[in-house]
Design a protein around this ligand. Sequence first.
Ligand SMILES: C[S@@+](CC[C@H](N)C(=O)[O-])C[C@H]1O[C@@H](n2cnc3c(N)ncnc32)[C@H](O)[C@@H]1O
Length: 260
Amino acid sequence: MAELEYTNAAARKLEDMYRTGDVIAQRVETRRLLKPCAGETVIDIGCGPGFLCEEIADAVGTSGRVIGIDVSQDFLSLATSRNHRSFLEYRFGDATAIDAPDQSFDAAVCAQVAEYIPDVDRVLTETYRVLRPGGRALFVATDWDTLVWHSDKPERMDVVLKSWEAHCAHPRLPRKLGQRLKRAGFTVAEVSTFPIVNLTWSTSTYSEGLADLVRSFVSAQNEIPLDVLALWREELEELSSAGNYFFSICRFMFLACKLG
Ligand SMILES: C[S@@+](CC[C@H](N)C(=O)[O-])C[C@H]1O[C@@H](n2cnc3c(N)ncnc32)[C@H](O)[C@@H]1O
């Protein structure tokens, strides 16, 4: 099966996950590194449900401009339905062929998008192209090998996560991202990690939402019997009730500059 597509239910599930404290904290860190300023023009490449665009728009203010692009009409509809700012705009747009002139943005953010796109180098060169000299880009990506999800049935957990790996084109992008950014022309200014750790399972945690996305993607792969997947999902809840739940994953944040 193809990689994960954010249509209908998956888009709504991700929107719910992006309202959890875990992901709100990730956006706080993203903005701290990107440092959007009043009057700046910023593009969010693969903007998803648009929460980050709204927050960046509040930072750049009415003298600035924010454009969010995405290939998912469902996400664009969700984001547009909440938008009340004239200086924030959502457009259908592909990260590998950004419909914007050269040097048109002060800053760009591409959060958990590049790893989903087979031609990741094209995403980087397109981002570089649309930035003005002196501009900066923040890339956020997950290395799925950093995922630690405790189970008393580790073989079952391994099989499920192996099947989930196909949900993105580059499940270990961060370890090669620095050299890819340099090849695209960028100077890498700063690299940091952002961990998400859950010790309980509840609707207010990132991992609860992730489990639903994993189950739905893996079940469509037809590699694992549905009853095994149901037991995998049930165990997570049981572990939490028993006080034995543990989930952890790392995002990698690369701040890259286009020298003036
Ligand atoms: C995991 S979501 C991240 C959403 C958002 N950046 C965030 O962190 O809140 C991945 C997003 O990338 C989008 N996407 C995937 N391929 C894309 C492409 N070629 N061009 C633009 N967006 C793309 C998906 O539709 C989805 O919205």
